[in-house]
Design a protein around this ligand. Structure first.
Ligand code: C2E
Ligand code: CA
Ligand code: CA
Ligand code: CA
Length: 277
């Protein structure tokens, strides 16, 4: 380190190439890893308004690579999006998701499942029909599937994504605006989009007990949701005070480490069963 501080330009170049090297390694390893079944879907519980009853799960991708260790999901998605691999990855994810939902159904766990989509999945006219066909094949009730799309990606690509959104809505599946409040939303768009829920970003939830500003933002988002007839979901709920406050404010659903971290299917089923006793 002391040696490298004498040659900052060299260090900078080395860091760039380390970064580029890791990216290249990861994106080269990704397709065979998908093929080999190294990528898994974890489930994180979503609770009802009071935080006492399991009503749904968000499906979150996990890659525990034998070679790279656990790769942060945000990094996997970002690389896939930028390297033209997101279609391959997302088709794998939804295919696995329907199997997961079928397994939940077989265990009488009649809950919703929320699946994250990238904006490229919506601008591609083939992806949504592929996803919806899979739901029908697995005889999963359409109204149990929620597709999550981030607010920012949606608002910036309205023309290109509206066709896919309408296909989803017409199928009976639901759409959630993810990370709500962190981007910008045109209120005119919001009232016309075929969406069913707003997912309030964790950055407003985590401090809402102590910060009057954050609490105000959450309260007003809940009011907006009510006005537009949308459900509201709070993510990043980490303590009981936050849970109680959200319950008082009648937020429809709550999700966060307070209830459980994302888990593999088997563990999730055990957790869900234990909730009943
Ligand atoms: P997101 O959709 O906003 O997901 C919420 C993230 O917050 C997840 O991180 C989740 O593990 C984490 N989280 C849950 N509860 C808490 C909490 O109480 N406190 C805190 N601090 N964090 C919490 P994760 O799993 O690392 O995913 C990161 C992002 O990667 C996701 O953000 C989503 O944008 C993307 N992603 C994950 N899975 C998929 C997928 O299957 N497809 C696509 N396209 N994107 C995905
Ligand atoms: Ca999400
Ligand atoms: Ca989110
Ligand atoms: Ca996010």
């Amino acid at each position: 380190r002391s040696e490298s501080s004498k040659v900052p330009v060299q260090v900078y170049n080395d860091e760039i190439s380390d970064f580029a090297r890791r990216r290249l390694d990861l994106l080269t390893a990704l397709p065979p890893a998908i093929e080999a079944g190294e990528l898994e879907l974890y489930l994180q519980p979503q609770m009802n308004s009071t935080g006492q009853e399991l009503v749904g799960a968000e499906i979150l991708l996990r890659w525990h690579s034998p070679r790279f260790g656990p790769v942060p999901t945000g990094e996997v998605i970002e690389i896939a999006e930028n390297a033209g691999l997101i279609d391959l990855l997302s088709r794998y994810i939804v295919t696995q998701a329907w199997k997961t939902m079928q397994a939940l159904q077989e265990r009488q766990l009649t809950i919703t499942c929320s699946i994250n989509l990238s904006v490229q999945n919506l601008t591609d006219s083939h992806f949504v029909p592929f996803a919806l066909a899979g739901i029908r094949e697995h005889a999963i009730p359409m109204n149990r599937v929620i597709f999550e799309v981030t607010e920012t990606s949606m608002m910036h690509n309205m023309e290109a994504v509206i066709g896919s959104l309408l296909q989803i809505a017409n199928s009976g599946c639901h759409i959630a605006l993810d990370d709500f409040g962190t981007g910008y939303s045109s209120l005119a768009y919001l009232s016309r989009l075929p969406i069913h829920e707003l997912k309030i970003d964790g950055c407003f939830i985590s401090q809402m007990v102590s910060s009057q500003n954050d609490r105000g933002i959450v309260q007003n988002t809940l009011k907006l949701a009510r006005t537009l007839n949308l459900e509201a979901v709070a993510e990043g709920v980490e303590d009981n005070n936050t849970r109680e406050l959200l319950s008082q404010l009648s937020c429809h659903r709550q999700q966060g480490y307070l209830f459980a971290r994302p888990m593999p299917l088997e563990k999730f089923c055990d957790w869900a069963t234990a909730q009943h006793h």
